[in-house]
Design a protein around this ligand. Sequence first.
Ligand SMILES: [Zn+2]
Length: 168
Amino acid sequence: MSDELPIKIYRQNRNTMMMRATLGAIEVFIPHKLKPTDKRVKDFIAQHLPKLAPQTPQTPPEKVSQAEILRLVKAYSQQMNVTPTRVSLRDMRRKWGSCSSLGSITLNTRLSWLEPILVEYIVCHELAHLIELNHSPAFWAIVERYMPDYKALIQQLREAEKALWKRD
Ligand SMILES: [Zn+2]
């Protein structure tokens, strides 16, 4: 069972190794001077895995598929009359989405754990940044035009984060 858990290794500006259980995965943090394939790292993981694996929560069920997320991006892009230069899905630890100044949108693959309406809100939010790359009143006015109840959705999103990201 434990060796089926994905193990994600992150190189960081740190001196010691650390690992912890997160949703559906084990995260290992190692100093830059070490490589994930180093024996020291492998030994460290082997030593701590038996203790951590049982504490790792199951990955939440998928509510929205990756294909559906991309379909929402397309639908909202048309509605809002914007064209992202690039759309990518990536596993991110701290944010649901981002928009670069060059117009490329990145969405968290973990969006699939959220209710569809919350995914719509995040898609709408990031696409609105193609018009206003800030969180000014003008930006929120755009969001409100397409999602009139966005304030309630933000509240819902904070609640969902507590349940989904409590270990991050
Ligand atoms: Zn934003």
